[in-house]
Design a protein around this ligand. Structure first.
Ligand SMILES: *Cc1c(COP(=O)(O)O)cnc(C)c1O
Length: 393
């Protein structure tokens, strides 16, 4: 699309040239396989990389529409759609590295990404260095002659720590090292890693892009040549998004800018309010001046997203009572959808560790992760207020 429309317009029209037939809304192409008029047309379909209508593991018209929109939002040449965020990340990394290569990743990543780098890649002869994401000098010091890839993710769980994307890209680019950024926690409306020099942007579309907690999907955004390499691995690994979920994701994308705008505003107001509550010990939100990397957040993000982390005064028991007393936020993992969700991070380990053991393992027993949805901010405040009152009784 030649016209540089704004995001609100792109999510509705970036796939317009892909329209087929008279329906206003894109059809669901619920077909595993597609026919051609004659042998020549069939041969062309079979030999065109990323053909959108040959066989659904290779591509589907619904995937193509989603990809057109997300590529527009991220400012990359193209995008590839997968069955989950981990499908996007594992397929991308496995397409780009081989035995003898060295890669750099962060000490804190989404847990399954950490497993990919720390457990899977070493089994296939790839060397992995792990660095602290706030420390650009550590990225620089980790680079070796065989460094092929740097993986970053920002903001990251649990306390929304940031990586300086432009600084990492400036280290990698002159040395020919590829960079991948997991942009899930920001969304393309709040952060554009490619504009800061990152080569490949990956998403768990399960979160903001889908936005309704009803599907799992992933997206990889990059240049066409790299996308073709990743697509070849994708046809082998087969993390293929179903046509139905591609359609739901397309539907979710249509409202992404308005959802993000509201979520940013609600989360910023709520984070500031939570910080003032006497039972709250500390709040982490990149949009608040109290965040240790607020200056970087202001520089590389235009909004700060749904996730607020906070610690209550007291230990595991009071935090557990607080989470149980919330009526509006549902106790469930994930983020970025229309309903507010809350997680008591330490609850996963409560069966096997006491408070002291959790603290020494870096899992604060009093930490809450709250993902703001589209409820009214005053209702969310009132709900948190009553849950704090219940927890402190
Ligand atoms: C959820 C998530 C993933 C994994 O995505 P799935 O869709 O669950 O496979 C990867 N990275 C981040 C930052 C996530 O939040």
């Amino acid at each position: 699309m030649p016209t540089p429309y704004r995001d609100e317009t792109q999510v509705l029209h970036a796939d317009a040239e892909l329209s087929a037939g008279p329906s206003v809304v894109a059809p669901i192409h619920y077909s595993a396989t597609f026919t051609a008029a004659d042998a020549e047309a069939f041969a062309e379909m079979a030999n065109t990389p990323r053909h959108p209508a040959f066989y659904t593991r290779y591509g589907n018209p619904g995937h193509e529409r989603v990809a057109a929109i997300v590529a527009e939002l991220e400012g990359t040449e193209t995008a590839l759609v997968t069955a989950s965020g981990m499908g996007a990340i594992s397929t991308t990394v496995l397409a780009l590295v081989q035995a003898g290569d060295h890669v750099i990743a962060q000490s804190r990543h989404y847990m399954s990404t950490t497993k990919l780098f720390e457990e899977v890649l070493p089994r296939f002869g790839v060397e992995v260095s792990i660095v602290e994401q706030e420390d650009i000098a550590a990225f620089a010091a980790a680079i070796r002659p065989n460094t092929r890839l740097i993986m970053v993710e920002t903001p990251v769980n649990p306390t929304l720590t940031l990586t300086d994307l432009a600084a990492v890209a400036a280290l990698a680019k002159p040395r020919g090292i590829l960079t991948i950024a997991d942009n899930t926690f920001a969304s393309p409306l709040n952060q554009r890693p490619h504009a800061l020099g990152i080569d490949i942007v990956v998403h768990s579309a399960t979160k903001y892009l889908g936005g309704h907690h009803d599907l799992t999907a992933g997206v990889v955004c990059c240049d066409r040549a790299t996308a073709e390499r990743i697509w070849k691995m994708h046809t082998t690994l087969g993390a293929v998004l179903s046509p139905m979920d591609a359609w739901l994701l397309l539907r979710g994308l249509r409202t992404l800018p308005v959802r993000i705008e509201r979520i940013n505003a609600t989360a910023l107001a709520l984070a500031g309010w939570i910080a003032q509550q006497p039972l709250v010990e500390q709040v982490w939100y990149p949009g608040l001046p109290s965040h240790p990397q607020h200056a970087l957040a202001t520089r590389q993000m235009t909004g700060h997203g749904a996730v607020i982390a906070f610690a209550l005064r007291g230990g595991y028991a009071i935090t557990s009572r607080f989470v149980a007393a919330l009526r509006l936020a549902t106790h469930a993992v994930s983020l970025g959808g229309v309903e507010s969700l809350v997680v008591h991070t330490a609850a996963m380990w409560a069966g096997t560790m006491n408070d002291a053991q959790m603290i020494s393992a870096g899992i604060a027993p009093n930490l809450v992760r709250y993902s703001v949805g589209l409820e009214h901010v005053e209702d969310l405040k009132a709900d948190i207020a009553q849950a704090l009152a219940t927890a402190s009784q």
